[in-house]
Design a protein around this ligand. Structure first.
Ligand SMILES: C[S@@+](CC[C@H](N)C(=O)[O-])C[C@H]1O[C@@H](n2cnc3c(N)ncnc32)[C@H](O)[C@@H]1O
Length: 267
């Protein structure tokens, strides 16, 4: 297998050289403020659009994420839902984890957290939501048994640094599960998928937010996101063990899974 850290393959090099033409995306120090501005704009209708654009399938993939995160754990778990947005994974984790578990949702976009907080009240949930940056987690080391990230890692300026932070806050043998858009194997499937995203997503953005660039951000950000295989390599580089992945819907969605080492090793 190709080492994803070696940079883009010849096939992908033209992608890396392409200028980014989306006002919410840049690969410089403006990445985070642009992402925050975009999700601030999307927050109010974010949940509805997810159901429409995935035909409700995101709910199944999110259940899979939580199931994988908690698999094999009998007792209470301390769960961090990173880039929690409006809280889907947090609420699913709370419902699935055994009594005595705790769920913390962290995100850096206040309007997304505002929706999560309203849902928390309606659902009488005990999940705790807070503002924070995935690149500087406001937690001591080793305090979580599981970390979930739904459609978040692709938006973070430095995915490897974020994975190192996840490893830092995980207890020994704690597990991280990352759900995001994937990349199908095969050129034809990949090209069809990209064409689909580049046609349908701007329509979604235009219809729901009056701005095609909001959802065109998805295929744009996917171009340089390493997806299933690349995230697996990054997980290993971050010191996580047993890095593996599962694909859904012909590889268009990916679930990356790994554990913190059993004994604490220096970061
Ligand atoms: C596509 S939403 C996903 C929300 C939710 N996890 C879900 O699956 O529906 C991505 C979220 O990541 C958050 N995010 C992006 N970069 C972040 C960072 N560096 N630190 C914290 N949150 C971040 C955004 O604010 C946004 O709410």
């Amino acid at each position: 297998m190709r080492d994803a850290r070696a940079g883009p393959s010849k096939r992908n090099r033209s992608t890396y050289n392409r200028p980014v033409a989306n006002k919410y995306l840049s690969y410089d120090d403006q990445r985070a403020p642009k992402v925050r501005a975009m999700f601030s704009r999307l927050a109010a209708r974010y949940d509805v659009v997810n159901d429409v654009m995935s035909f409700g399938l995101h709910r199944r993939w999110k259940k899979d994420t939580v199931r994988l995160a908690l698999a094999g754990r009998a007792g209470p778990a301390r769960i961090l839902d990173l880039c929690c947005g409006t809280g889907d994974l947090s609420f699913l984790a709370e419902a699935r984890a055994v009594p005595g578990s705790s769920v913390a949702g962290l995100d850096f976009t206040l309007p997304m957290l505002g929706v999560a907080t309203r849902r928390r009240v309606l659902a009488r949930s005990r999940s705790a939501f807070a503002q924070g940056d995935a690149l500087r987690l406001p937690f001591q080391g080793g305090v979580f048994d599981a970390v979930t990230v739904g459609y978040g890692l692709r938006n973070v300026a430095d995915p490897l640094a974020a994975l190192r932070e996840m490893r830092r806050v995980l207890a020994p043998e704690g597990r991280v599960v990352i759900l995001d858009f994937g990349k199908p194997d095969g050129r034809v499937a990949g090209a069809l998928y990209r064409a689909f995203l580049r046609t349908v997503m701007p329509l979604m953005g235009w219809a729901f937010h009056g701005d095609p660039e909001t959802y065109l951000y998805i295929p744009e950000s996917l171009e340089r996101y390493p997806a299933q295989r690349g995230v697996q390599a990054l997980m290993r580089e971050a010191g996580l063990e047993g890095a593996r992945y599962e694909s859904r819907l012909l590889g268009t969605m990916g679930l990356n899974i790994a554990e913190a080492p059993a004994a604490s090793r220096p970061l």
